[in-house]
Design a protein around this ligand. Structure first.
Ligand code: ATP
Ligand code: ZN
Ligand code: MG
Length: 279
């Protein structure tokens, strides 16, 4: 890769060279370290999610527009393609089988699905990273990618435990930002997990459920999400009294943190390393 160009992006897809990988790895290590205060279990989930599972989380009522389905090619198409002389540039719709899998658009869904039908008697903490994919209406540099890396820290427990967890991470993320010299505004955003007409939507207005760390007014680099007992109900994760558990997550978009660092320090990688090494 051209030494003056640490990364390239086209069509929302990024290629990173070794200098940037070092920064991304350090950022991820910092986030994983943050999860150790709660002794979170680090998990790796498959790269594809079942349509059926996402459906049980009301994904298709809330985020169908983000979805990217994965399917094999039909036997007939394979037969034709192997003998086709012209260059293949598109796989036509009728050459693709029905799809039972989607690329993940967030890392934490797998955690709730993993705990399906379990009884959780004391708060549980997890961390997991995923290469996420979102069918966004447009892509823009590191700020809005088609494929990006998300690290999440997740709490499953009582309402108080989840709220305490989110408030601890609000402080942790704020002090991390201060340490590495990134200026964020904390903004309240709307939570998309709820039925927009229902009573929960009304409650959401009274009690914020999503807060974002926003860089330069538009780029949300991390979000704190309070799901109430939505995933507990959907996945039948119960406490010892038989009630659905609460959950919350902290989500970091690695490329957006990278963007904030590069913008703040004008691509001076040495300074960026210095800041990250001091955390
Ligand atoms: P936005 O409002 O900017 O679309 P969002 O509310 O959809 O953000 P979340 O669903 O909270 O974002 O995702 C968690 C984190 O993942 C974000 O804080 C951000 O860092 C990152 N992220 C989300 N979408 C993208 C994207 N298209 N490209 C790069 N990073 C992203
Ligand atoms: Zn999450
Ligand atoms: Mg979005």
């Amino acid at each position: 890769m051209d030494k003056n160009k640490y990364f390239t992006i086209s069509d929302g897809l990024a290629v990173f060279g070794p200098e940037i990988i070092q920064i991304l790895n350090k950022l991820d290590a910092i986030f994983v370290d943050m999860s150790k205060d709660f002794m979170a279990d680090n998990m790796i989930f498959p790269a594809l999610m079942r349509v059926e599972d996402l459906s049980s989380l009301d994904y298709f009522n809330n985020f169908p527009h983000l979805g990217l389905a994965v399917a094999g090619l039909t036997d007939e198409a394979c037969g034709c393609l192997t003998s086709q002389k012209e260059k293949v540039t598109t796989i036509r719709q009728n050459n693709i089988k029905n799809s039972d899998y989607l690329l993940p658009s967030a890392a934490c869904y797998n955690v709730y699905l993993h705990l399906r039908n379990e009884v959780v008697t004391q708060a549980k903490y997890y961390t997991t990273a995923a290469r996420c994919f979102r069918n966004e209406s447009e892509y823009k540099g590191l700020e809005r990618l088609w494929s990006f890396q998300m690290r999440e820290i997740i709490c499953i427990g009582s309402m108080d435990e989840v709220q305490a967890f989110l408030s601890v991470y609000k402080d942790k993320v704020s002090s991390l930002a201060e340490q590495i010299g990134i200026i964020f505004d904390i903004e309240v955003a709307t939570d998309p997990f709820y039925d927009k007409q229902g009573t929960k939507a009304l409650m959401q207005k009274l009690q914020p459920v999503k807060e974002e760390f926003v860089f330069e007014g538009t780029v949300s680099a991390a979000s704190l999400n309070f799901h109430r007992n939505f995933f507990g109900e959907k996945c039948n994760i119960l406490n010892n009294t038989g009630a659905a558990v609460f959950s919350g997550c902290v989500a970091f978009g690695l490329e957006r943190w990278l963007h904030a660092l590069l913008k703040t320090y004008g691509h001076d990688l040495e300074t960026i390393h210095g800041k990250l090494n001091n955390v």
